[in-house]
Write a protein that binds this ligand. Structure first.
Ligand code: UD1
Length: 429
């Protein structure tokens, strides 16, 4: 049975909320573990279904995986010989499975990874992943719906320049280059904290990497890596979600475990709009001061890190929907990532989409209605919209939200929200 959230409007979120390891790092770190024979342990892992899917994918490669969601622990035992195939049914359920491509070809000389299908947030190519691995000496082609990469005699270092700083391509090339012969220089790479996390884990396994977190990474290949223990970097998108939740509901939230430096642009924008933003010994705090009636709307243009994260764009839309004044939200990373707008419009938001721009005109209050989540972030953003809507809002498609936010409604209730999970009785298959 599908589920939905019943969200009662008029909330002001106050209190503290924990943030654990980043989904977008955790899944890749599980792929990194494939690079070394032996037992690798990951801590601070989020309790989300995506980790289960990735664990299943590794098991089908012959790896033993123990996942304890309560303890936030994943232990990965990698045998000497592993498989090389990631099936379509798993890749379809979890696009991040593509991150086993680099490790598999580096470790076994062969990878068959299903090509992910379309995705609710616009088309996403794999050309940079493929050309990067080809530069390292792999032969890459597509056959029967699978991306097949082979390098029977191993990979060799190369100079690679990405046309665009793709997060996924940077990760795959980095994870392959650590076992390539000689030096690899990758230019125009993604600089996200998750890339630095992967590099840090690889270095603790014996890899030689320089420049992670800058636009140019230099890797000196080694023959072998050893297993390690690694703590996943805190989830900056979950932390940013709470920052926007505080600002949108005129609340006061301390994000425990949040790293303010990973959210430079969004937190600065909130501060400039009238919110109080401060670092605390345990994380950071976002509060709307009591004298401020409505914080001001602000312009957003999503960009690769350290720019405004595209994954926080739906929250900026919800914030602007009820903030004071008009603003422009521009999406530069993905096409068609404005599904949130049509749902916000159902709640009475005043917004117009024009290509990859949305013009927003803040209204005093939204008006509760049934809405539908289309992905993790839009779903969470619609829940926050429900908190500032008159009456109640039914947010369906809760399974999307569960993929990024462990027990979202429990965290919200601890901050004073009135939200319940219930069967989606109006859903017709
Ligand atoms: C990752 C995140 C996602 C986030 C995104 C951008 C994970 C699991 N997902 O996705 O939440 O929104 O970063 O911060 O970590 N592109 C190509 N060719 C390629 C690769 C990418 O054209 O070979 C394009 C895509 O179509 C897209 C853009 O580059 O328009 C960004 O993609 P990328 O940075 O690779 O994002 P992901 O790694 O897929």
């Amino acid at each position: 049975m599908r589920e939905r959230f019943r969200v009662v409007g008029g909330a002001r979120l106050v209190g503290e909320v924990p943030v654990v390891g980043a989904k977008n790092s955790a899944l890749k770190l599980m792929a990194v573990a494939l690079l070394a024979r032996g037992r690798t342990t990951l801590t601070n892992m989020p309790a989300i279904v995506d980790v289960r899917i990735m664990a299943e994918l590794l098991r089908r490669l012959g790896v033993i995986v123990d996942y304890d969601p309560e303890a936030g622990l994943v232990a990965i035992d990698v045998p000497e010989t592993i498989g090389h195939r990631a099936d379509y049914e798993l890749v379809r359920a979890l696009r991040a499975s593509i991150s086993v491509l680099g490790p598999l070809v580096a470790r076994t000389g062969h990878a068959d990874v299903a090509v992910p299908g379309g995705d609710a947030i616009g088309s996403r190519g794999l050309d940079l992943h493929a050309s990067g691995l080809e530069a390292l000496g792999a032969h890459v082609h597509v056959a029967h719906g699978y991306l097949v990469a082979t390098a029977p005699r191993g990979l060799r270092g190369a100079e690679i320049r990405l046309d665009f700083p793709s997060v996924g391509a940077t990760e795959n090339i980095l994870m392959a280059a650590v076992l390539a012969r000689g030096r690899t220089v990758i230019e125009n790479v993604a600089r996200e904290p998750e890339i630095m996390d992967i590099a840090a884990m690889l270095e603790s396994m014996g890899a030689r990497i320089d420049g992670a977190g800058t636009g140019r990474i230099v890797v000196d290949g080694v023959d072998e890596l050893r297993p390690t223990e690694h703590r996943v970097v805190p989830d900056r998108i979950a932390a940013g979600t709470w920052a926007f939740a505080a600002a949108t509901t005129c609340g006061d939230i301390e994000v425990v475990g949040g790293v303010a430096e990973h959210l430079g642009v969004p937190l600065r924008a909130l501060a400039d709009s009238g919110c109080h933003v401060e670092a605390t010994p345990r994380g950071f705090r976002v509060a709307v001061p009591s004298g401020v009636d409505r914080p001001a709307a602000f312009d957003v243009a999503t960009l690769p890190y350290p720019g405004f994260p595209t994954d926080l764009q739906p929250f900026a839309l919800t914030y602007n929907a009820v903030a004071r004044g008009s603003a422009m939200v521009t999406e530069n990373l993905f096409e068609a990532r404005f599904r949130t707008v049509q749902e916000l419009a159902r709640l009475g938001a005043d917004m117009q989409v024009d290509g990859h721009h949305v013009m927003t005109h803040g209204v005093r209050a939204l008006s509760g209605a049934p809405v539908e989540s289309s992905d993790i972030r839009s779903g969470a953003a619609l829940v926050i919209a429900g908190l500032v809507a008159d009456g109640y809002t039914l947010v369906s498609g809760v399974h999307h939200i569960d993929r990024g936010y462990p027990r979202f409604e429990v965290a919200l209730r601890s901050l004073g929200a009135d939200i319940t999970r219930e069967p989606d009785e109006d859903w017709y298959e």
